[in-house]
Ligand binder design. Structure first.
Ligand code: HEC
Ligand code: HEC
Ligand code: HEC
Ligand code: HEC
Ligand code: HEC
Ligand code: HEC
Ligand code: HEC
Ligand code: HEC
Ligand code: HEC
Ligand code: HEC
Ligand code: HEC
Length: 424
């Protein structure tokens, strides 16, 4: 190829690109010539299908979507057409939600997600809609047009207590594996999404108000309404059983919410909808001292996963002190340590009275969960006794090794006829 022919071709190429670039519409806008009439039609489609509820008037954005990676708001559609071809835009509109992208990966799923419009919007409407979305994109040197302030009414198909999935599709999808999802909850065979309003209340006013937060029950701390009101929503169904003594319990009277310990929508635990990964961690949110105690050298097998707080306590309240499940401390212990129950021929009164006289059930730095070291353990009560009237040196026969128990070995009680001093 001669240099002349080559530069001719170059000239033609430059000419073409100038022509295209210099035309009224930049090349990224559309494969199709711009159709004003279609765009006007598209605006109606945009309003008919409630796109503005999430994308804002004329796609101008700004609608809150907590924790979404797009700055905590639903994306504006102003520049969308630059990123998609027509077919891609159509595909995007009919296909429905993509996996939620979050700002804080551990935070909640953003409440709003793109509905699937497949089967709802016709092909002709879709073409008009795409033309409209393209018309929203300003020329490169222009500012976007300001959108009108007046919001069109929310379309009827989005309203109603059974319609949460229209706007909250990902959240609804996730909820399908929740124990609250299913026939047991819905009364008289109502539609499945009626489940949502059993906890959140009137969805219709909420939706008609463009996601009005005041007309829906929310459970987070910052949401309006007292903790009591919010707990009562749960107690409608959960008042009986374990929660018979909730009212007036130590936790209720300290204003704890059900959602301090239970997370409903996206449980953090595989069991019991706990707010943290397991029961222990759920309690440790507030009972830090117990966490520390469980790390002590002597402890029951909590850390090993063989015991939990609810072996002895019912956090929802009991008729007993300290939220204990059984009426006395000892009854709680006997459930697993039946051998200590007796009856003994010779009882040691502090044992029968309260195991906690000598043991700290949550963990201790003294062996066998003892509250203090031996021999001091015994000498707290037995300083008046005959032989060990004075505190013993660790090296005496009264105190070395298991100390008093070298001789008084049956400290929890004895059934031997001659075990009156717990020697056997
Ligand atoms: C319930 C709220 C909601 C409604 C209603 C809604 N969208 Fe969306 N849309 C979203 C969210 C959120 C995204 C972000 C991506 C996602 O979640 O999949 C999105 C993404 C998009 C995208 C892709 C934009 C991008 O940059 O990724 C387009 C295009 C779009 N929506 C158009 C529409 C149109 C047209 C309508 C009406 C027919 C509509 N949306 C209705 C919430 C909504
Ligand atoms: C059993 C009661 C209950 C039911 C049923 C329920 N929710 Fe929730 N919802 C909650 C609670 C409690 C929260 C507060 C956060 C949490 O505990 O996970 C919440 C939070 C939310 C949030 C805020 C986002 C978040 O994760 O913080 C949305 C949106 C939501 N629910 C929508 C729904 C929808 C849609 C349904 C029906 C599919 C539904 N909820 C059913 C109790 C419920
Ligand atoms: C027409 C769309 C639409 C419908 C239908 C809808 N919502 Fe919403 N919802 C929204 C919007 C928009 C927001 C965000 C409002 C805000 O954060 O300012 C929202 C927020 C929420 C929140 C609070 C989320 C948070 O961040 O704390 C809950 C809970 C909720 N909706 C529950 C429901 C339930 C339950 C239903 C069905 C009974 C429902 N919504 C139906 C649009 C809708
Ligand atoms: C409309 C009745 C209803 C309401 C309201 C309700 N629940 Fe439930 N809840 C149920 C049913 C039904 C189950 C499933 C019971 C079963 O599987 O045995 C359940 C199960 C549970 C479980 C046990 C889950 C498991 O894995 O064992 C917890 C925890 C729970 N709900 C907490 C709550 C909290 C907290 C609230 C308030 C935010 C609430 N519930 C509101 C009916 C309800
Ligand atoms: C201090 C933490 C805490 C609070 C507050 C709390 N729970 Fe629980 N909840 C638990 C624990 C721990 C379990 C597991 C009990 C077990 O396994 O024996 C549980 C279990 C449950 C269960 C399933 C077991 C059953 O009874 O069927 C339900 C339902 C429940 N809670 C509802 C509630 C409701 C409703 C509230 C508010 C009134 C509430 N919880 C408040 C800690 C709590
Ligand atoms: C959100 C914070 C919080 C969580 C989570 C929590 N507690 Fe508590 N708990 C408290 C408060 C506050 C008190 C009252 C303390 C006081 O009066 O000094 C309390 C008191 C108690 C008491 C003593 C009751 C009494 O009558 O003195 C027991 C036992 C208890 N909690 C067990 C648990 C167990 C078990 C769990 C986990 C299932 C748990 N708590 C989770 C806040 C919490
Ligand atoms: C083996 C039974 C048992 C287990 C398991 C147990 N506790 Fe206790 N807890 C007790 C007894 C007994 C008391 C009352 C002690 C007393 O009166 O001196 C108590 C008291 C408490 C108190 C009140 C302390 C005070 O001084 O008022 C809290 C808080 C508590 N437990 C939290 C927990 C937590 C959190 C767990 C799980 C890590 C747990 N407990 C596991 C038996 C148990
Ligand atoms: C849910 C069952 C259960 C309950 C209830 C229970 N324990 Fe235990 N306890 C255990 C297990 C399991 C061990 C570990 C046994 C082993 O290692 O052989 C243990 C060990 C002990 C030990 C010996 C610790 C050591 O270092 O060897 C003492 C002391 C003890 N428990 C006291 C109590 C007291 C006091 C109570 C009542 C407040 C109680 N336990 C309630 C299950 C329980
Ligand atoms: C007077 C103090 C005292 C009282 C009260 C007491 N214990 Fe003990 N317990 C001890 C001592 C000391 C040991 C260590 C024994 C050893 O080293 O052989 C022990 C050890 C244990 C052990 C572990 C070794 C074994 O014998 O299995 C368990 C379990 C136990 N006690 C349970 C209980 C229970 C349950 C109660 C309440 C019914 C209770 N104790 C009341 C002093 C007491
Ligand atoms: C909480 C107080 C208390 C503690 C701690 C205690 N005891 Fe006792 N012990 C008593 C009481 C009360 C009696 C009954 C005294 C009586 O009947 O006169 C008793 C009785 C005895 C007896 C029988 C005495 C008699 O007169 O029949 C022996 C032996 C004994 N204890 C040893 C021990 C040993 C060893 C320890 C430490 C492991 C210990 N005690 C810890 C309160 C305690
Ligand atoms: C070397 C073995 C031995 C050791 C160690 C020992 N004792 Fe004794 N203790 C006895 C004998 C034997 C008797 C019974 C004396 C009698 O019946 O006259 C007795 C009696 C008692 C009595 C009953 C006293 C009375 O007034 O009848 C008490 C209480 C007692 N011991 C507590 C303790 C305490 C506390 C310790 C640890 C500091 C301890 N013993 C260590 C052997 C021992």
């Amino acid at each position: 190829m001669s240099i002349r022919r080559f530069s001719m071709q170059l000239l033609i190429l430059v000419g073409i690109s100038l022509l295209v670039g210099g035309s009224t519409r930049p090349s990224w806008m559309s494969e199709q010539p711009f159709d004003r009439q279609a765009a006007d039609q598209g605006k109606l489609v945009f309003e008919t299908y409630g796109c503005f509820v999430c994308h804002g008037n004329e796609g101008s954005g700004g609608v809150k979507n907590k924790n979404s990676a797009t700055g905590g708001v639903v994306t504006a559609l102003t520049y969308t057409s630059r990123a998609f071809k027509d077919v891609e835009l159509k595909e995007r509109i009919i296909k429905g939600p993509s996996p939620a992208k979050k700002t804080d990966p551990k935070g909640p799923t953003p409440p709003l997600s793109m509905p699937a419009y497949r089967g709802m919007i016709s092909d002709a409407e879709l073409t008009d809609l795409v033309a409209y979305i393209r018309s929203l994109t300003p020329e490169e040197d222009e500012e976007p047009k300001a959108a009108g302030q007046e919001r069109p009414p929310v379309p009827e198909f989005m309203l109603g207590n059974n319609n949460c999935q229209v706007c909250h599709s990902l959240v609804t999808e996730m909820f399908k594996t929740n124990p609250h999802h299913g026939a047991q909850v819905t009364q008289k065979g109502e539609e499945e999404a009626a489940v949502c309003s059993t906890c959140h209340g009137d969805g219709r006013r909420h939706a008609a108000g463009y996601g009005d937060l005041a007309s829906i029950v929310r459970f987070s701390k910052e949401a309006s309404g007292s903790i009591n009101e919010k707990n009562n929503v749960c107690l409608q169904c959960h008042e009986k059983g374990m929660r018979l003594h909730w009212k007036g319990s130590a936790h209720e009277s300290k204003n704890l919410a059900c959602v301090d310990c239970h997370k409903i929508m996206e449980p953090a635990s595989p069991q019991k909808l706990f707010a943290k990964v397991n029961e222990l961690e759920t309690c440790f949110q507030c009972h830090q001292q117990r966490r520390a105690q469980l790390q002590r050298s002597s402890h029951m097998p909590f850390r090993e996963g063989k015991m939990k707080c609810t072996d002895c306590h019912n956090p929802h309240g009991t008729a007993n002190e300290k939220l204990l499940i059984e009426a006395t401390v000892n009854e709680n212990c006997y459930k697993c340590h039946a051998d200590k129950r007796g009856p003994f021929l010779w009882e040691h009164p502090p044992v029968a009275e309260n195991c906690a006289n000598c043991h700290e059930p949550h963990g201790s730095n003294h062996e066998k969960l003892l509250v203090v070291d031996r021999p001091r353990l015994c000498q707290r009560c037995h300083i008046e006794a005959r032989h060990p009237t004075t505190p013993q040196l660790a090296s005496t026969r009264f105190a070395f090794n298991r100390s008093c128990q070298n001789c008084h070995s049956q400290i929890h009680g004895s059934n031997s006829p001659s075990g009156v001093r717990f020697h056997r």
